[in-house]
Design a binder for this molecule. Structure first.
Ligand code: GCB
Length: 611
């Protein structure tokens, strides 16, 4: 009986996915900024559709006729019944979440239809792609009244090819975005961040030659500081070509041949100035096939682990980090822009950071590129958060897909050193094998970077002595251990940290991936008074004293740079739907604890590098 129920549930999931149409997305085109592009950003017409009447009829069957919103149908006579109209329904800005654009949408979760028109004349032989930076959470995409396909997952890019569908004049593009939370989704229904819905990252038309360089991986070979090893992939009818890879500044030029599948692997030695936070050196890398060429700024560095050490370019490094959510610096709402990335990373640098944890999902591409330029190492993460449906194969497939898309977008970023596959997930056999699969996926998609996860340890009290043990079984699969702890906020008192010792069952580096406490900027009191800046300041002081005593600690990313919107934080006047663990307020004001961490990071910076 149980098996039958499982089969039924799975069939329903597959059917749902089929209707989401994830199969039709095109392979991701790498480095779109270096291509011939046209932005479709700006004001789009938008219809808010809480009951999905634009997609389903009154029997909840999919609409195929002119009542379907994607048809953008107009009444042909004054007697014809048409119950929607994009032109008079208002507008939303793309990219952007809908929640912060209209007061009435602040708490809205459901469907919104977006529409915009465009003209486009492409060169006759070229191909045209539609690129979406991200849409949260489900996207169904229609061009000129026809379905292109769908995408699931709110934080990764996807493309559709529209070469044969685009017209010189009067194209109309319609998207149905739905951000209803679902138990089987990634993330699942329960999170500690705002479920910002919408077309949250840029939309771009991308014109490429008939056979083009679709993707490439140009990085140093694992463990080496002088050997470049990588691959590239062509897409189109002429798959066998000569391709030249050039790094003019390093005097490098290498010709390779792609095989009948359009793929080539290469390896050659190079004498390079290595990328590091102190010297974030980027080289112009040119890839020229017979039919296409693309240029990208790429940095080269090695990242390894030896015992409990993390080695950057062969030398031990301590990761002075901070966690960050993808919100604009001084207003609530999702961010996607270069300017916001610069502000957020400048705050991190002002703190003394050489590292950021981009929690809890893949952040926008501008952030990664800015980190490359500014010299800030990055931990990137997929939203496998708290209690995912570990036993659901569809959920695993979805998580794997999000991880794959994140790696595909960012695998040439020198700043990116760690992929994290999960945050605070409860140990069970099903969870362990789910995460093991993700670790394996990350290593096989990209063998050069480290894989981690934010775990939770447990406390043992023996004759008054408190020890915290890191022994999660998944740790044996990870290169670096992450651990979240809230001593002084959810558990115990800040002062207890003074006598707590940490024990790890693994000879691996540890990053304390979270600790912290809430403080409302400008709210003052004693060190025991919750929500005050003094409470948070005191908590950081005791945390730092404890962290200094952990011999295998190789980094930390306290929670969190900036106060952020969270539906779980309802307390009036103090929270008002903000998680207040930021070192900076939601208006950009620095709290006292900011300076405690800054002082510690300055000490670390001027101390001898770790052995
Ligand atoms: C955590 C979560 C993070 C929360 C934080 C908190 O452990 O990883 O997403 O926001 O605690 O403030 O409770």
């Amino acid at each position: 009986m149980m098996n039958l129920l499982r089969c039924l549930a799975l069939a329903l999931c597959l059917q749902l996915l089929a209707s989401r149409g994830t199969a039709q997305v095109a392979p991701l085109v790498a480095n779109i900024n270096a291509r011939q592009t046209t932005s479709l950003d700006g004001q789009w017409q938008a219809i808010v559709d809480p009951y999905d009447v634009g997609a389903l009829d009154y029997r909840a069957q999919p609409l195929k006729n002119n009542h379907a919103f994607y048809k953008n149908y107009k009444p042909q006579s004054e007697s014809e019944l048409v119950e929607y109209d994009f032109d008079t329904s208002g507008q939303l800005y793309v990219p952007g979440d809908w929640n912060t654009q209209r007061e009435s949408l602040l708490f809205y979760e459901g469907s919104v239809w977006y529409k915009r028109s465009f003209d486009y004349t492409k060169s006759p032989k070229n191909r045209l792609f539609l690129h979406f930076g991200a849409c949260n959470y489900l996207a169904a995409v229609y061009l000129n009244g026809e379905e292109l396909g769908g995408h699931e997952g709110g934080f990764t890019p996807f493309d559709f090819e529209i070469t044969d569908r685009v017209k010189p004049r009067g194209n109309f593009l319609v998207l149905r975005i739905n951000d209803t939370r679902g138990k089987d989704q990634v993330p699942t229904v329960n999170t500690d961040w705002w479920n910002y819905g919408g077309i949250t990252r840029p939309v771009t038309l991308l014109e490429v030659p008939e056979t083009f360089v679709q993707d490439y991986f140009v990085q140093l070979e694992k463990g080496s500081t002088h050997q470049i090893k990588g691959w590239l992939q062509l897409n189109g009818p002429k798959l066998q070509q000569n391709v030249i890879i050039r790094i003019p500044e390093a005097g490098l030029s290498k010709t390779i041949q792609t095989d009948s599948k359009g793929r080539a692997e290469f390896s050659f030695s190079a004498d390079l100035t290595l990328w590091s936070p102190e010297n974030p050196k980027l080289y112009t890398v040119e890839i020229a096939s017979e039919t296409d060429q693309v240029t990208e700024r790429i940095g080269f560095r090695s990242i390894d682990v030896r015992g409990a050490k993390i080695l950057l370019n062969g030398k031990p490094v301590f990761l002075r980090g901070i966690s960050i959510h993808e919100e604009a610096p001084t207003r609530p709402g999702r961010t996607w822009s270069e300017d916001d990335a610069r502000t957020l990373l400048s705050w991190a640098k002002e703190l003394g950071c050489n590292f950021v944890r981009l929690a809890h999902y893949p952040h926008n591409e501008a952030m990664l590129r800015m980190a490359d330029q500014m010299g800030v190492m990055v931990w990137a993460e997929v939203p496998v958060y708290w209690t995912i449906q570990w036993e659901n194969p569809q959920t695993l497939h979805n998580a794997e897909n999000q991880l794959k898309e994140m790696i595909a977008r960012d695998h040439n970023r020198a700043a990116l050193i760690i992929y994290s596959v999960a945050n605070e997930t409860p140990i069970s056999d099903a969870r362990n094998s789910f995460l093991r699969q993700l670790v394996q996926d990350a290593h096989s998609a990209d063998p050069t970077r480290l894989v981690s996860a934010a775990l939770q340890a447990h406390e043992v009290v023996d004759r008054g002595r408190i020890t915290i043990h890191i022994d999660d079984p998944i740790a044996s699969d990870l290169d670096v251990l992450g651990n979240n702890e809230y001593i002084g906020w959810y558990v115990r008192h800040a002062e207890d940290a003074d006598s707590i010792d940490w024990i790890s069952a693994y000879d691996k580096p540890l990053i304390m991936s979270e600790f912290g406490g809430d403080a409302l900027f400008g709210y003052h009191g004693g060190t025991a008074a919750r929500w005050t800046e003094e409470y948070q300041e005191n908590l950081y002081q005791h945390q730092i004293a404890m962290l200094k005593r952990i011999p295998f600690l190789r980094g930390m990313t306290p929670w969190i740079l900036k106060d952020f919107r969270s539906p779980r934080r309802t307390l009036p006047r103090l929270q008002d739907f903000f998680n207040r663990k930021g070192l900076v307020s939601d208006h950009g004001e620095k709290k006292k604890a900011f300076f405690v961490l800054q002082k510690f990071y300055r000490e670390l910076q001027s101390a001898r590098p770790p052995e």
